[in-house]
Design a binder for this molecule. Structure first.
Ligand code: SIN
Length: 492
């Protein structure tokens, strides 16, 4: 048997898209030493490849390259930058199938969701390519004779971000696109579980004509990269998507160089179904919210509040549909739910579920490790959950629906808000007055009414409380990458 590594382990049409390297200054650099990080397919544990674990000096070198690139990139017109960004999006589109295979292989999500995520990432690149052309300044009415006041909006400079494994491309696309469109440059550190998707975007960035140093992919240990990204004084802006715990540490580290910071952290989304709701539509919305990416999203329904008048009917309808979801290898076209990312995530889910059941929650369906993979959990419904259980205060990040009951609107709003998190929330009602009351009182950055899917490039994504600050997407998202400069002129 040959011990040679397969040259095209994922059977890609374009094998060059799988780069076992870092991407610095438009070059793919394989590891210099044995310092590498192995990447495995979470469904079957198969080795996909490895990436370099860069040293501090190598990461600092990439920051220098970014700094070198900054001025030239900022001096281009927004129209010239948009042209390159659109070319990048077109190439991503053209290679969607290979990119989806890479994503599903390293992340596990169903291939149809990977295709959807690639479209979602492209939508940020295209939206911000255009939004970059609409960065207006201001002329302010003067309060003194002979004075003129002008406000300029300028690119923030060198930016860096750390992004999570649950959305290997969309989470950096919505940071990179507004940065690049408005004249800044970006270093991305993708999660070590899912680096190949970001590196493949790097291959296409070169083909699209992105100049050296404008977009770089830094591979390595989270702590080492995080130290450089948060402490290097040449990095002006830092953005992070991930857990609240890690976000707090990174925010503290950024204080040393007083960076502009955006954080998209954990969530604990309530999903409230009132007694006047359309139940079929609420069931579909809940499935979309809860079981997308096997429940591994920050905006997943984490606490499902059902009005007691409709709970039995709702659970019956919901169970019927949940039991039809197909669990398995994400590469199979029919799969609806792939594996969890790793054993720790599975162990946490099983512990939360068992503890809840020990305290009185009832298992409606699921709760089993699926026979196709040790990381696949059958879609689970737990009823009679209450707020004294750990599952009520923890981001579940697994395909487990935790159901609570309520009778009264005020009470459910109080319970929904009783969390340190404030990212997304959902409610179903057709009552107009209630719609306004509830949406105004829910303490969240994003509210979905009569829908379980709220994510889009044209709207501001982000949270309040310990879910972070800053917005991604929409006209607000580009402001995070701009500095205001006030210019006072005495014309006398
Ligand atoms: C997330 O889970 O952090 C983001 C999900 C999304 O963009 O919909």
């Amino acid at each position: 048997m040959s011990d040679k590594k397969p040259t095209n382990p994922l059977n890609l049409k374009n094998p060059k898209l799988l780069q076992q390297a870092s991407f610095i200054n438009n070059e793919f650099k394989p590891a210099k030493s044995s310092e590498t990080i192995a990447v495995h397919n979470p469904f079957n544990g198969k080795f996909i490849g490895s990436i370099p674990s860069l040293s501090v000096a190598e990461i600092e070198h990439a920051v220098d390259c970014a700094l070198m690139a900054q001025a030239d990139w900022a001096s281009k017109t927004a129209f010239a930058r948009a042209k390159i960004l659109h070319a990048w999006a077109d190439l991503i589109d053209a290679h969607k199938e290979d990119l989806a295979i890479i994503m599903t292989s390293e992340q596990g999500k169903p291939i149809k969701e990977s295709r959807g995520e690639i479209d979602y990432a492209c939508s940020y690149i295209r939206f911000f390519a255009e939004e970059g052309k609409r960065i207006y300044g201001d002329i302010l009415p003067a309060d003194k004779d002979g004075m003129r006041y002008i406000v300029l909006k300028q690119p923030v400079g060198v930016c860096a971000c750390i992004t999570p494994w649950n959305f290997p491309v969309a989470m950096f696309a919505r940071k990179v696109a507004p940065a690049l469109a408005s004249g800044s440059v970006m270093l991305v550190k993708p999660a070590s579980q899912t680096p190949f998707s970001a590196l493949a975007f790097g291959v296409l960035a070169v083909s699209a004509g992105l100049p050296k140093g404008v977009f770089q992919v830094i591979t390595g240990k989270a702590d080492t990269v995080g130290q450089v990204f948060t402490k290097n004084a040449n990095i002006a802006k830092f953005s992070f998507t991930g857990s609240t715990e890690v976000g707090k540490k990174l925010m503290a580290q950024c204080s040393q160089t007083v960076k502009k910071v955006s954080l998209e952290l954990g969530g604990n989304a309530p999903f409230i179904v009132f007694d006047d709701a359309n139940l079929d539509s609420a069931v579909d919305g809940l499935i979309a919210s809860k079981y997308r990416n096997a429940g591994q999203t920050c905006v997943c329904a984490n606490r499902i509040y059902l009005h007691t008048a409709i709970k039995d009917e709702f659970i019956k309808l919901y169970q019927q549909k949940v039991e039809q979801l197909i669990v398995g290898n994400g590469l199979d076209e029919t799969t609806d739910i792939g594996p969890l990312i790793n054993q720790a995530t599975m162990d946490k889910a099983l512990t939360l579920m068992q503890n809840a059941m020990d305290q009185g929650a009832t298992l409606v369906t699921g709760g089993q490790i699926h026979n196709r993979s040790k990381l696949c959990l059958t879609p689970t419904i737990l009823d009679n959950v209450n707020e004294n259980m750990d599952i009520a205060t923890t981001e579940i990040f697994a395909p487990i629906s935790a159901i609570y009951h309520f009778d009264d609107e005020k009470d459910v709003i109080r319970r929904a808000n009783d969390t340190i998190f404030g990212l997304a929330c959902y409610f179903y009602t057709n009552d107009l007055a209630r719609s306004w009351r509830v949406s105004q009182q829910l303490e969240y950055g994003m509210v979905g009414q009569n829908t379980g899917l709220i994510s889009t490039a044209v709207a501001p994504f982000g949270g309040i409380k310990q879910s972070g600050f800053g917005r991604e997407g929409s006209k607000y998202g580009i402001e995070e990458y701009l500095n205001l400069k006030y210019w006072a002129i005495n014309i006398d």
